[in-house]
Design a protein around this ligand. Sequence first.
Ligand code: FO1
Length: 305
Amino acid sequence: MSIRKLVVLAGGLGGSRCVDALAQAAGSEAVTVVGNVGDDLDFLGLHVSPDLDTVLYTLAGLLDEDRGWGVRDETYNALQTAKALGEETWFTLGDRDIGLHLARTRLLGAGSTLSDVMTRLAAGLGVRVRILPATDDPLRTKIETAVGELDFQEWFVGHRHADPVRGVRYEGADAARPAAGVIEAIDEADLVLIAPSNPYVSVFPILAVSGIRDALRPKRVAALSPLVGGKALRGPLAEMMTSLGHEPSARGVAGLYGDLIDVFVIDPEDEELAVNIRGAVVCPIVMVEPERRAEVGRKLLEALA
Ligand code: FO1
């Protein structure tokens, strides 16, 4: 089967690297991203969409690859001024990044939807992959911990994701509708790929939007394991799985997706788990170095075709 149109459900750094790999292998026009907005926040009066922006900056070649978020070669003059004026600065926004948030916040205030804004920002940065938020409606991930329920970024950045997670909730999901174009893109796709992102805080907030899970049912859906050798390349997934009572392994993640997926791609390092995973495909999935991504993307498409 040839894969001409692909939808990627993506959040965070793992998601953006995967989108980059597939766009290099299949061509930018072949790929539509349906991105997580559960970790969006309003900070210093600006609307920040970290997961969508990580995808955008990665594809534009602007991402700070070492840090995994924000723009490389940043400066922080605006934030320092805000700090000197007594404003909150626990969430680090660089000057260039702030420029993007200023544009987004103004456009949203003038009545544009987040999906319209993302189309405009992508065009402005020369990105040809279509980046859609899962929803234009408010949806926020909430993390339940021993110290109470925290907003996602309060837990992730403010508390350095140190508090063990007791539960995760997607506030607003019941009322949230898919953004314009999301269901159509899924309907037209030859394959829907769930990126190697954290299921709880990147993928489930997308699937929580009414209509998206149902749209996936007739499709061929493949997921890439976000854990290799039981460890996430970045982020707290393994710890979250343990604290939520699941085995922190590729097999554990496949179990979380259950019969939503037809194929589960694991890294050769986890080959011995394949016999116990329904629809397991073994293929290299580590795509940290930008120069290796085209090859990883090509092998992945070959394995999934
Ligand atoms: N992550 C941090 O660990 N500390 C930060 O101060 C921080 C700021 C930030 C600003 C813009 C942006 O797009 C991302 C930012 N991130 C920061 C990353 C972000 O919290 C996470 O990448 C995601 O939300 C989790 O996928």
